[in-house]
Design a protein around this ligand. Structure first.
Ligand code: AHG
Ligand code: MN
Ligand code: MN
Length: 337
C-alpha cells in the first residue's frame, strides 16, 4: 500500500543542522519552537472571523499605530515560544518599545537573539486578506551567562544566522534561510505539520510585477517616479508594461514576487524621509531571504544587509526583489544624486 512521502520542518531542521557553523542543536530547537508558535498563531488567524479577536485592542504600539488584537496575541505567543526554547536570551519586537530579556539562568545562557514583526499586514486582518510573521535570528555578541544588551540587537543584517516568515494565506507557509538557500514548508492542517514544499527557492532575475503603494506617487523622489513610468511603458522586447500588484502586507507581496519574479518598493517621501518599513525586523530578514534566493535589496544608496542599525525601530526606504529590477530602479535613483 502506498503511503505519504513527506519531510516535516522538524525532520529537515535536524538534517540540516550542520548548515550552521558550530551548531550544537540549540538553533534547531529555537526554530522548532518558532514553528510551534506559528501553528498556534495560524489557528487563531483562521478563527479570526469567529471569535472576538478582530479589531483594535485599545493600545498604541511603539510606532504609534493601533495594535490589533491578533498583533498582541502573536507577540505573546512568540515570546512564550522563545522563552520555552531556552536558547534565546533576548527579543526585539515591533510591538515592544524596549528589548525583552529574562532573569533566569537558562535564558541568560542562551546564544541567540530574535527580532520579529509578530503580525505583518495587520490592517488586512479584518478583511480576510493574507498576513504574516517576519523573524530574524542573530548570535549574541555579549557574553553568555549575562542578559542580552542593545549591542546584540544593533548588528548589521549581514550577521543574521537565520531569517524567515510565515504567511497565513490560502494555505499557511513557513519560509526560511540559514544562508544556505531558501526553503518553504506548507502547513498540512490534517497532520499539523509544516511539510517541505519548496526546496531551494530561486527568484527569477527578471520579473514582470511591480508592487508599490502608488497612491503616494506625487510624493515619491523623481527617480522612483521615473521607474514607475518605466514599469508602465509599453515595450514588447522587455515584456512591459509590468503588472501592478499590491496587497499591503509586505510578507504577502514579497512572497508572491519571490516565486513569480518582481520588485517591491517602499520609497521615502518628504514627510517620511526614511520610508515606513523597519530595518531590524522587516527589511533585514526579507533582504536576507531575497539575496539567498538570488535577488537584491537596497535602500536607495546601499545594500540593506550592510546598514549598521542605530536604533531598534529605525525605518529605511526599501527596494527588494528580482536582481535586474532592483538594479534598474537603482539606475533611475542614481540619475538624481
Ligand atoms: P504592520 O502591519 O506590521 O504594521 O506592517 C504593515 C506594513 C507592511 O506590511 C506593508 O508593506 C506596508 O505596511 C503597507 O503600507 P501602506 O499602507 O503605506 O502601503
Ligand atoms: Mn509589518
Ligand atoms: Mn506588525
Amino acid at each position: 500500500m502506498q503511503g505519504y512521502n513527506v519531510k516535516t520542518l522538524t525532520q529537515f531542521l535536524i538534517e540540516r543542522q550542520a548548515d550552521i557553523p558550530y551548531a550544537t542543536g540549540e538553533f534547531t530547537r529555537l526554530l522548532y519552537h518558532v514553528g510551534v508558535a506559528a501553528k498556534l498563531i495560524n489557528k487563531k488567524v483562521n478563527k479570526a472571523g469567529l471569535v472576538d479577536i478582530l479589531g483594535e485592542a485599545g493600545n498604541v504600539n511603539v510606532q504609534g499605530e493601533d495594535q490589533k488584537k491578533l498583533d498582541l496575541f502573536s507577540n505573546w505567543q512568540l515570546i512564550q515560544a522563545l522563552k520555552n526554547s531556552r536558547e534565546c536570551c533576548g527579543v526585539a519586537s515591533e510591538e515592544d518599545q524596549e528589548i525583552i530579556t529574562w532573569d533566569d539562568d537558562l535564558s541568560k545562557d542562551g546564544n541567540y537573539i530574535f527580532c520579529m514583526d509578530p503580525l505583518d499586514g495587520s490592517s488586512n486582518i479584518d478583511v480576510n486578506v493574507s498576513i504574516g510573521t517576519i523573524f530574524s535570528v542573530y548570535r549574541r555578541v555579549s557574553p553568555r551567562g549575562e542578559k542580552a544588551t542593545m549591542e546584540d540587537f544593533l548588528q548589521p543584517g549581514n550577521k543574521q544566522v537565520a531569517a524567515g516568515y510565515v504567511i497565513y494565506g490560502s494555505s499557511t507557509m513557513l519560509v526560511y534561510t540559514t544562508g544556505r538557500g531558501v526553503h518553504g514548508f506548507t502547513l498540512d492542517p490534517s497532520i499539523g505539520e509544516f511539510c517541505l514544499s519548496n526546496y531551494s527557492i530561486n527568484t527569477p532575475l527578471d520579473g514582470g510585477i511591480y508592487s508599490i503603494n502608488e497612491g503616494n506617487y506625487s510624493r515619491f523622489p523623481q527617480g522612483v517616479k521615473d521607474y514607475i513610468d518605466y514599469c508602465k511603458h509599453d515595450d514588447k522586447e522587455t515584456h512591459r508594461p509590468y503588472s501592478a500588484r499590491y496587497i499591503g502586507s509586505l510578507v504577502s507581496d514579497f512572497h508572491r514576487n519571490l516565486l513569480k519574479g518582481g520588485i517591491f518598493l517602499y520609497p521615502p517621501t518628504a514627510s517620511a524621509p526614511k520610508g515606513k518599513l523597519r530595518l531590524i525586523y522587516e527589511c533585514n530578514p526579507i533582504a536576507f531571504l531575497a539575496e539567498q534566493a538570488g535577488g537584491r535589496a537596497f535602500d536607495g544608496t546601499q545594500r540593506i544587509l550592510d546598514i549598521k542599525p542605530e536604533s531598534l525601530h529605525q525605518r529605511v526606504p526599501f527596494y527588494v526583489g528580482s536582481a535586474n529590477m532592483v538594479s534598474k530602479v537603482e539606475e533611475c535613483i542614481k540619475k538624481y544624486e
